[in-house]
Design a protein around this ligand. Sequence first.
Ligand code: URA
Length: 232
Amino acid sequence: MRLDRFLCETTDLTRSLAKKAMHRGEVSVDGEVITNPATQVDERHVVTWHGEPLALVGLRYVMLNKPAGVECSARRGLYPLVRELIDLPHPERLQTVGRLDVDTTGLVLLTDDGQWSHRVTSPKRRCGKVYRVTLAEPLEGQALERAIEGFAEGLLLEGEEKPTRPAELVMRSATEAELTLHEGKYHQVKRMFAAIGNHVTALHRESIGPLALGELAEGDWRELSADEIAAF
Ligand code: URA
């Protein structure tokens, strides 16, 4: 890659600041000061800025147990961002793989690998996402049977052109449900229960495909293993 790009990838410098740093003679490759931003370098070269060696950050894959009150968006608004909880270099490069609402807790994946993210979220892959749902009203008897059937067949939610993909509903108690989705429409779980006249009071994502939170405590994160990354 070009030396100016290498500097952008490994420091906080913008492309134009990287070029200026090179022109000032602050950047060396294998001990030699280089001022040409188009010089090609790779991980075999020792690139330094102000004498400090720079290392390329590889692709990262992270799971987080998201607490409530933290936002899965790219820009800071009212709430802190999920990536601010991740103590890795250049956390601003990490994108969430799908989103959870600010009040939803549980499993969030973050990565800077766009292709992997696409593989995980593509509905074609039928990667099941399991949600634990707390309902305002008990769901039992015939209403429950209708809900199981309706969710399995697909619901046409307001403002959507296509019905939801088949989803599996299992009740853990009259007000605690486990819902498995194979897609991720905006506020989907809350809208599905609203469509059958109920209301979600708490929502927690337990797993995405083969990845489950396990022992990861709320607010904690960890990098995925090579096997976990390859599982998608
Ligand atoms: N469905 C919702 O309604 N909210 C979420 O955060 C995730 C799925």
